[in-house]
Design a protein around this ligand. Structure first.
Ligand code: SF4
Length: 88
């Protein structure tokens, strides 16, 4: 199983860009990240992944670094038990 987290915010809009990204909606970052948790919890209920079963987590956008790292905390707390542990 794979997870994709879309962050739809950028500091500036590149002229060639057709991605779903915004430079004028930074006031929505907090509510967006809360909505991501709600969606993640719903999808965990629907898809019922086993613990340690998600092999890949891709965070794209947009520009993921436009989000303060603290706003990712609840996302990672929620998803962590499901992420496959890497062997050394
Ligand atoms: S998503 Fe990438 S290409 Fe598009 S505006 Fe943001 S930085 Fe530029």
């Amino acid at each position: 199983m794979l997870i994709y987290l879309h962050i739809p915010f950028c500091d500036s809009k590149c002229h060639y860009c057709a991605f779903n990204s915004y430079v004028d909606k930074f006031d929505l970052k907090n509510i967006y990240m809360k909505a991501i948790i709600t969606q993640l919890e719903q999808e965990l209920l629907i898809f019922k992944p086993k613990k340690n079963s998600i092999k890949s987590l891709f965070i794209g956008g947009g520009t993921p670094s436009t989000i303060d790292t603290k706003l990712y905390d609840n996302f990672f707390k929620t998803i962590k038990p499901y992420l496959k542990k890497m062997r050394k």
